[in-house]
Design a protein around this ligand. Structure first.
Ligand SMILES: Cc1cc2nc3c(=O)[nH]c(=O)nc-3n(C[C@H](O)[C@H](O)[C@H](O)COP(=O)(O)O)c2cc1C
Length: 453
């Protein structure tokens, strides 16, 4: 039986991209801007035995292509949101075991400051943080917001590669793990274990000493979710955990194979990358009960959200077409895959489909036993290492999952075991808190000359 790991997908905003279920009477996501909300969610995750809480993030506005930009404000879509690093800091202060994974953009962050921010959180949490490396899909509006030049899709991955090389030097090479002696009769730090770094890359430069000492994990656990050829190659080289969207056993198996092949291509072991799929579910006492709960969720979202959300991806206003219009009659210069994947369907069919799950994965609707069966089927059929639970209603979805599904998985021997207190030991089941083996970060460890004594 595969040993699985679980994280919770969260977003410090009232809805997830392209969906708006904040109106559901039981949904507390609209409280995303209170400390109480985050501490409640973190406690459920920690006590329930989830490995980590994941905080997604985005910059820029999805409504840029919108036919109804007002819907974004009316429904709290995408904006406003809070800074995931500051939310994480509060969560880490109130938990002891839970990992927290933050999304940070290599297009928009400054690597030197970013390295220190991550090291600070890793230090204060005793090694419980991870970084979801993103190149920012909404780059067109994000660069306008930041007032910086646009960088094309594949070049953003070249930039990400340069970014990570610099932060590896700072995390792994600037201060050796045992540099701090804090000996009041001797030295605070051993100068022979402190190294100047030098980085002159195509996008980023840095010279001199690292601003923070070696943290418990050194490099935080590295997550990535690129799915384009450039994204896959980057993930294969740098990712320790790769996220994929939801899908059928066959679709997930294809993703999992491609990710492991990309790792091998980069000279790494296929098994050194953990593959985790997004998973959304509605759990009922019976199948009928689950279907009723699902319908309540669907009814809580207005039809305007569906129209506006589809338009963000494609620029097309489906409400302007006769519902019987075949999708093959439509054309867009934006996301063509969001039109072509509906070939054979009508505008009316797509409105219904998009209302249910937007561009994301379809929810699995059933009893706790059926959910556990499905998880095992997906994990075994697609060679997955775990799942990122995407809640539909908070905190209800998370409570249902940890109280009803995890015990079944535990009983069936499908839950992974932690080897230590840090996120890396817990999730990657490594014997070491720091990054090891064939990962490129290892090669940056203390290679520069130390301070002369
Ligand atoms: C589970 C999951 C979570 C993701 N979270 C984020 C996120 O928080 N922020 C973001 O900008 N992109 C996020 N993405 C998008 C990916 O980083 C990536 O841009 C996307 O999969 C497309 O890949 P590509 O850029 O290589 O084409 C996520 C993707 C998945 C599957």
């Amino acid at each position: 039986m595969k040993k699985l790991h679980f994280g919770l997908f969260e977003n410090a905003q009232a809805n997830d991209t392209g969906r708006a279920t904040w109106r559901h009477p039981d949904n507390q996501r609209d409280q995303y801007d209170t400390l109480e909300y985050w501490l409640k969610i973190a406690k459920i995750c920690e006590e329930g035995g989830l490995d980590f809480l994941f905080l997604a993030d985005a910059w820029g506005w999805a409504e840029v292509n919108g036919v109804r930009p007002d819907v974004a404000s009316i429904e709290g879509l995408d904006l406003p949101r809070l800074d995931p690093f500051i939310v994480a800091s509060a969560i880490l202060a109130h938990t002891e075991k839970l990992g927290v994974v933050m999304t940070g953009s290599t297009l928009l962050e400054q690597p030197y400051a970013f390295a220190r921010r991550m090291a600070t959180l890793d230090q204060l949490s005793k090694g419980r943080v991870g970084w979801n490396i993103v190149t920012t899909g909404t780059a067109d509006t994000a660069v306008k917001a930041f007032g910086v030049p646009m960088v094309a899709h594949d070049e953003r991955y070249a930039m990400a590669d340069d970014f990570v090389q610099l932060v590896y030097k700072l995390w792994e090479g600037a201060w050796e793990p045992d540099a701090l002696t804090k000996d009041k009769q001797g030295a605070f730090a051993n100068p022979t274990k402190v190294h100047a770094i030098s980085h002159e890359g195509p996008y980023f430069r840095s010279e001199g000493y690292g601003n923070s000492a070696y943290s418990p994990q050194g490099t935080p656990v590295l997550f990535q979710a690129g799915s384009s050829p450039a994204g896959r190659a980057f993930g294969g080289k740098h990712g320790e955990c790769m996220f994929v969207g939801g899908g059928s056993v066959e679709q997930l198996a294809q993703h999992s194979r491609a990710i492991r092949a990309a790792a091998v291509e980069s000279g790494r072991d296929a098994g050194s990358v953990r593959v985790m799929a997004e998973f959304r579910c509605i759990i009922g006492e019976t199948e009928e009960d689950a279907q009723r709960l699902y319908q309540e969720v669907l009814d809580s979202q207005t039809p305007e959200v569906t129209v506006a959300s589809y338009a963000w991806f494609t620029g097309l206003d489906l409400s302007a077409y006769d519902p019987a219009t075949p999708m093959t009659d439509l054309h867009t210069e934006l996301s063509q895959s969001q039109v072509s994947r509906f070939a054979g369907m009508t505008v009316g069919d797509v409105l219904k489909d998009w209302h249910e799950h937007g561009a994301g994965s379809k929810a699995f609707v059933g009893t706790a036993e059926q959910v556990a069966d499905r998880i095992i089927e997906l994990a075994e059929g697609a060679d997955l290492d775990g799942f990122l639970l995407a809640p539909v209603i908070q905190p209800g979805s998370t409570i249902d999952f940890v109280e009803k599904v995890l015990p079944i998985l535990r009983e069936r021997g499908a839950l992974g075991e932690s080897r230590g207190a840090t996120l890396r030991e817990r999730l990657v089941e490594s014997d070491e808190a720091t990054i090891t083996g064939d990962h490129p970060a290892v090669s940056y460890r203390a290679q520069a000359p130390a301070i002369a004594v």
